[in-house]
Design a protein around this ligand. Structure first.
Ligand SMILES: Cc1cc2nc3c(=O)[nH]c(=O)nc-3n(C[C@H](O)[C@H](O)[C@H](O)COP(=O)(O)O)c2cc1C
Ligand SMILES: CCCCCCC(=O)C(=O)O
Length: 364
């Protein structure tokens, strides 16, 4: 058994120990050769920080505001499926940990606790992640339920017209975890003996014909802000602004969809420049350190979201593990801000980081 975790990476080993192989592989895995999975992490390593000295950093304020909601630090819980595979209380434990950390939890549509259960379990600020299904009436119903139960935004995931090829799940014949939100609404036959049942399930449900025009449909059924998750290019960022969405999440779905999609942090600036400050840009993918959060903010993200670290914390230690993960990242960010001469979030600027493409003298 590994020693007490001192950083969020340590939780992965604990989770591997705690979980059945099928579930660990489901959480940890990426698409095909997992090139993007590695790149999401490696791209952060290629960015260095340019610290400033002799700044008063006796007080550090990491708090920020997302869509009008004040939170303790720019670190949100990303939507991830099936938390009960990690811990028996599932998303209820995650939501309580998010509330304790005074941050936002994005509840996945594919949760193992329902929209209503999570809403009544704690007072975390909650957003709801949505897919648009072939059965559009079901998507509409989920939006209505989220709205009625106090979720503050809809996160529309747009990188999943079908499920990516997660080869570990194919080999393990991954189950399709029960989706609590769909109980009593639809039954999909996943009785295949071949490959991932989750893939079969997803491909039955998802509407692969979705187009930009359909954002208008979503807008017509909700007054909540809509963020789209899964943008990786300036072309799509421009279309997102034109489509009238309220925010963008630069994401490659934790490298679980298209292998050889770019690392998210490597395309963040491209998206930020295209958006021209009109709507907020957030990022997820590979954030494992406070320095990663700092780098993403310096490149123009308003905040980041974390996926696997939350799942690994949950698998290792339940609610306490998720709290630990969020606190560790916040502590690391605070240290990074102090050592870089940035007392407040707004003090973190583009000139606090250097990428390989920045034209500064003395680049090795
Ligand atoms: C096990 C797992 C399940 C996920 N489920 C969803 C989901 O239901 N909806 C969604 O939009 N994204 C989902 N994602 C993607 C995350 O929201 C997020 O984009 C990704 O995990 C960020 O990368 P990270 O894990 O490196 O932090 C999932 C990711 C993982 C690892
Ligand atoms: C109907 C869609 C199922 C999606 C499964 C959850 C997910 O997004 C993942 O990455 O896993």
């Amino acid at each position: 058994m590994a020693s007490e975790p001192v950083n969020v990476n340590d939780f992965e080993e604990l989770a591997r120990f705690a979980l059945p192989k099928m579930y660990y592989d489901f959480y940890a895995g990426g698409a095909e050769d997992e090139c993007t999975l590695r790149e999401n992490i490696q791209a952060f390593y290629r960015i260095t920080i340019r610290p400033r000295v002799l700044v008063d950093v006796s007080q550090i304020d990491m708090s920020t505001t997302i869509l009008g909601h004040h939170i303790s630090a720019p670190i949100l819980v990303a939507p991830t499926a099936a938390h009960k595979l990690a811990f028996h209380e599932g998303e209820l434990a995650t939501a309580r940990a998010a509330a304790a950390a005074k941050t936002i939890m994005v509840l996945s549509y594919s949760s193992t606790c329902s929209i209503e259960e999570v809403a009544s379990s704690c007072n975390a600020i909650r957003f709801f992640q949505l897919y648009i299904f072939k059965r559009r009436d079901i998507s509409a119903l989920l939006v209505q339920r989220a709205e009625r139960f106090g979720y503050k935004a809809i996160i529309l995931t747009v990188d999943t017209p079908r499920l990516g090829r997660r080869e570990a799940d194919i080999k393990n014949k991954m189950i399709a975890p029960p989706v609590k939100n769909l109980e009593g609404l639809i039954t999909i036959d996943v009785n295949t003996d071949q490959g991932s049942k989750l893939e079969t399930y997803a491909n039955e449900m998802l509407d692969a014909s979705l187009r930009w025009e359909d954002i208008g449909w979503l807008r017509s059924i909700t007054t909540l802000p809509i963020l789209i998750k899964g943008v990786l290019t300036h072309e799509d960022a421009t279309k997102a602004v034109e489509a009238g969405v309220d925010g963008i999440i630069v994401s490659n779905h934790g490298a679980r969809q298209l292998d050889f999609a770019p690392a998210t942090v490597s395309v963040l600036e491209e998206v930020v420049h295209a958006v021209k400050g009109k709507i907020p840009v957030l990022l997820d993918g590979g954030v494992r350190r406070g320095t990663d959060v700092f780098k993403a903010l310096a490149l123009g993200a308003l905040a980041v979201l974390i996926g696997r670290p939350v799942l690994f914390g949950l698998a290792a230690k339940g609610e306490e593990g998720v709290r630990n993960v969020l606190e560790m990242l916040k502590n690391e960010l605070e240290t990074t801000m102090a050592l870089s001469g940035c007392p407040c979030i707004k003090d973190i600027t583009r000139s606090h980081v250097r990428t390989r493409y920045d034209n500064l003298p003395s680049m090795l």
